[in-house]
Design a protein around this ligand. Structure first.
Ligand SMILES: NC(=O)c1ccc[n+]([C@@H]2O[C@H](COP(=O)([O-])OP(=O)(O)OC[C@H]3O[C@@H](n4cnc5c(N)ncnc54)[C@H](O)[C@@H]3O)[C@@H](O)[C@H]2O)c1
Length: 326
């Protein structure tokens, strides 16, 4: 196959991450068109790749013959762009969180399914090469409870600090962690969550949660807590506690440590999982591998999105149990 002709909507922070991956893909793919509301971003991208810059994605999708499209706008900015691409039969790679509106996500999911399109979502932590070991460990131990946390600072993009644009910490950043929990423990029965505000005081137009704690009940019976926040940055961790004194500590980036009374196994990741995530999508578009090898297609990512939006809903309702609504 000739090079996959790739387009981008959104040429900001995360697009740079993808751009680096495309530069390492050789003859597999070429970025031929890019769109951003900001002139300097679309111009810079166009110069970097010899692509055609657009200010309006409708015009880009109308004029360009694309084989694949990355959508890298913030969660509150998805205003129908997916549907134009789907109508044209263009495989989609959408950044997480794909929207803050579950109805919209479901509509996109059904349209992708109806067209039989290849899709992917930027939940690249699924591609970490130590994760299969950890998944296998989880499957061979009787996990009773889990205890996890993640604290990042406030990202310096304008939209992040507004709930209606980003969804806040649990949805925008910690979605990666919640996705890994779903990957390891299966579907979620219900969540009960509480929020803390008032710690972050000096940021204008800020209305996201400073911290939240969620009690998660998985359908398998596993229970546990996840605490997350943006008031400071501390290294995060998953801790899985199993019968007979076995414990697994796992970091989102792939380090792990399995311990028991007489055992201690540690490991580190060795792959560039972001590269693998993008390249798996492109290999599937090229027909070189099955689309089933994409670890986070849009339909699966919808379940993780529903999990995180249920956390916000529980917080909004004072901590009542909420079942993720798919
Ligand atoms: N997978 C990951 O690890 C990861 C990491 C960072 C960000 N993200 C996700 O990527 C998305 C974007 O984040 P970012 O940090 O790149 O944000 P950003 O603000 O740096 O970039 C977004 C860009 O989209 C452009 N844009 C917005 N609406 C547009 C429209 N209608 N048409 C054309 N361009 C438009 C903006 O002008 C901006 O340049 C978010 O959903 C975020 O959660 C994912």
């Amino acid at each position: 196959m000739d090079k996959v002709r790739v387009g981008f909507i959104g040429c900001g922070g995360i697009a740079q991450y993808h751009f680096g991956h495309y530069e390492k893909m050789g003859d597999k793919a070429q970025i031929v068109a890019c769109c951003d509301l900001l002139e300097d971003r679309r111009k810079k991208t166009a110069e970097r790749f010899g692509a055609v810059p657009y200010a309006d994605y409708r015009e880009m999708l109308d004029r360009e013959k694309l084989d694949a499209l990355h959508i890298c706008v913030h969660p509150g900015a998805h205003d129908g762009m997916e549907f134009i691409a789907i109508e044209k039969g263009i495989p989609l790679f959408v950044q997480k969180p794909m929207t803050l509106d579950m109805k919209y996500a479901r509509k996109v999911m059904n349209a992708i399914k109806k067209k039989g399109l290849i899709s992917a979502v930027g939940l690249q932590c699924r591609y970490v090469d130590t994760l299969p070991f950890v998944k296998n460990w989880v499957e061979h131990h009787e996990i009773a409870t889990i205890s996890c946390y993640r604290f990042g600072g406030v990202p310096m993009v304008w939209w992040w600090r507004q709930m209606k644009e980003s969804g806040g910490q649990a949805v925008e950043q910690t979605i990666h962690n919640f996705d890994i929990l779903r990957y390891l423990f299966g579907e979620v029965e219900q969540v009960q969550a509480a929020r803390r505000r008032g710690i972050v005081k000096d940021i204008e137009n800020y209305d996201v949660d400073d911290a939240s704690s969620t009690l998660i009940t998985f359908k398998s019976g596993v229970i546990g807590t996840f605490t997350t926040g943006c008031f400071g940055a501390f290294p995060g961790d998953f801790n899985f506690f199993a019968a007979n004194g076995h414990k697994m500590e796992y970091g989102l980036g792939g380090t792990y440590k399995a311990t028991s009374a007489n055992m201690n196994i540690e490991g580190k990741p060795s792959n560039d999982f972001g590269q693998e995530c993008d390249e798996t999508f492109i290999d599937a578009v090229r027909g070189e591998i099955s689309a089933d090898e994409i670890l986070s297609p849009y339909s699966d990512a919808c379940k993780t999105l529903a999990f995180t939006l249920a956390i916000n809903e529980s917080m909004d309702q004072g901590g009542v149990p909420v079942k993720p609504a798919m």
